[in-house]
Design a protein around this ligand. Structure first.
Ligand code: AMP
Length: 278
């Protein structure tokens, strides 16, 4: 496995591959887990060369505290990537991707950014898109892999690739969960064992929505709110039903082909998000 710390080294290495070889790219912020590994496995299956980037992108953190406590487990990350047979890791310092004082670009993603993460993490998607645009331009992958766990991000990146007129295909990969249903997340490392157990409430609520679609959006939403009120360690930030392609809120199933229920909640100060496509 090759590890590059600078884009020049990485691009020099990539230039040696023949034009026919396909490149799969998985951007991450490290603190890797089985969810990330699943993305790399998909990349290995579908492409000749798999690249994973590990870069904690400062411009997408609207809360400096969140950035400061973001877990860093580089040694284990590299071992995991080696084990999953990732070919190349790009792990640059901030100044390889940003000039000093550089801020996030301003994008227009229309309705995709008005609610959910767009509402509760102002500036987050501009920062995310800024780094993804840079990475796609540096690597120019055949396919880039993104988790459905960050559903809104997935649709924004698809839109970004269109705006960039990029040839890269943006592939969504299903969410990997633990036995309790809790979605794998780098932030789970910040939870106590008991908090992890309690955090399965998020999946239980999503699952309830999937199994009880017939009772309608309003009742499902109040069911979720009631469940979260029962546990004082949890603060529900949002529980929203959205149309899949626009990410606009829906009040009933009629108007849309595909929808999703998205939840964001804090447990013991740790922000967790998850969703299910309905
Ligand atoms: P992150 O390191 O959190 O920025 O995530 C990097 C990529 O992994 C993103 O495309 C995420 O959506 C994806 N991802 C995170 N958690 C999971 C999971 N549990 N299952 C599948 N993909 C995931």
């Amino acid at each position: 496995m090759y590890i590059f710390k600078s884009k020049e080294e990485l691009q020099k290495h990539l230039a040696a591959f023949s034009k026919g070889e396909t490149i799969g790219f998985t951007p991450t912020m490290g603190a890797l887990h089985l969810g990330h590994m699943h993305l790399i496995e998909q990349s290995n299956l579908k492409c000749d060369i798999s690249i994973c980037s590990i870069f904690v992108n400062p411009t997408q953190f609207n809360n400096p505290n969140d950035l400061a406590k973001y877990p860093n487990t580089l040694t284990t990350d590299l071992e995991m990537l080696e084990n999953v047979k990732c070919d190349i890791v790009y792990n640059p310092p901030v100044n390889d991707l940003y000039v000093k004082g550089e801020k996030a670009k301003s994008y227009d993603f229309g309705s995709l950014t008005t609610i959910l993460e767009g509402e509760f993490r102002p500036g987050h998607f501009n920062g995310m898109a800024t780094i993804i645009e840079k990475l796609l331009n540096i690597i120019n992958p055949t396919i880039a892999f993104f988790g459905q766990k960050d559903l809104q991000q997935l649709y924004i990146v698809k839109n970004l690739a269109k705006q960039m007129k990029s040839d890269t295909y943006i592939e969504g990969v299903e969410t990997v969960r633990g036995k309790s249903g809790l979605a794998k997340s780098s932030r789970n490392k910040l939870l106590s064992e008991n908090a992890k157990k309690e955090a399965s409430l998020i999946y239980n609520c999503l699952n309830y929505c999937e199994n009880n679609k017939a009772i309608g959006v309003t009742k499902l939403k109040s069911h979720i709110q009631q469940e979260f009120l029962k546990n004082e360690n949890f603060t529900l930030e949002y529980a929203e039903f959205v149309a899949l392609k626009t990410m606009l809120p829906i009040k009933d199933w009629e108007a849309v082909n595909q929808s999703a229920v998205c939840i964001s909640a804090y447990h013991s100060g740790v922000r967790l998000i998850d969703n299910i496509i309905l």
